[in-house]
Design a protein around this ligand. Structure first.
Ligand code: FES
Ligand code: FES
Length: 167
């Protein structure tokens, strides 16, 4: 029996030494918000945080993570979906099918914590996750809106209407 520190609680699990963290999270701890896409660290669907660092859990053996390291999954990002990234994601209707989105949100949350006002280059470098629905433009916009405190106007995303009003 081994122990992980997940979303602020110590959780016990049993696994082979090479079992990926993703499977412990999903199958033993019931945290199914973290998704399986490729299994080879390419798509980012399985992204969660270890001590604040976005990590692809499909290739990280659970046995390599100690109880002193703090794991945060999408379920632990906020108690009620109120993390600024989650709020802007919802207000801008970023997801399409949604499958990649927990990984996207975790990658974006880590980026914005380390760089509250990321440049396009910062976003390109941090957001290497794959979305088969092609939501990349909305993800970039959402990150910029979060960086502007949730304000679409100051993020340069204001819409000019035919009556002259701006929203
Ligand atoms: S499932 Fe881990 S990167 Fe694709
Ligand atoms: S929203 Fe469908 S894969 Fe990204």
């Amino acid at each position: 029996m081994a122990t992980l520190n997940v979303n602020g609680a110590l959780r016990e699990f049993e696994a082979e030494s090479d079992t990926p963290l993703l499977w412990v999270l999903r199958e033993q701890l019931g945290l199914t918000g973290t998704k399986y896409g490729c299994g080879i660290a390419q798509c980012g669907a399985c992204t969660m945080h270890i001590d604040g660092v976005p990590t692809r859990s499909c290739v990280r053996p659970a046995s390599s993570v100690t109880a002193a390291e703090k794991i945060v999954t999408i379920e632990g990002l906020s108690p009620d979906g109120s993390h600024p990234v989650q709020k802007v994601w919802a207000s801008l209707d970023v997801p399409q099918c949604g499958f990649c989105q927990s990984g996207m949100i975790m990658a974006a949350a880590a980026l914005l914590k380390s760089k509250p006002h990321p440049t396009d280059k910062d976003i390109d470098e941090a957001m290497t996750n794959i979305c088969r629905c092609g939501t990349y433009n909305r993800i970039r916009k959402a990150i910029k809106v979060v960086a502007q405190g949730g304000n679409t106007k100051s993020a340069g995303l204001a819409i000019k209407h035919t009556d002259g009003s701006v929203s």
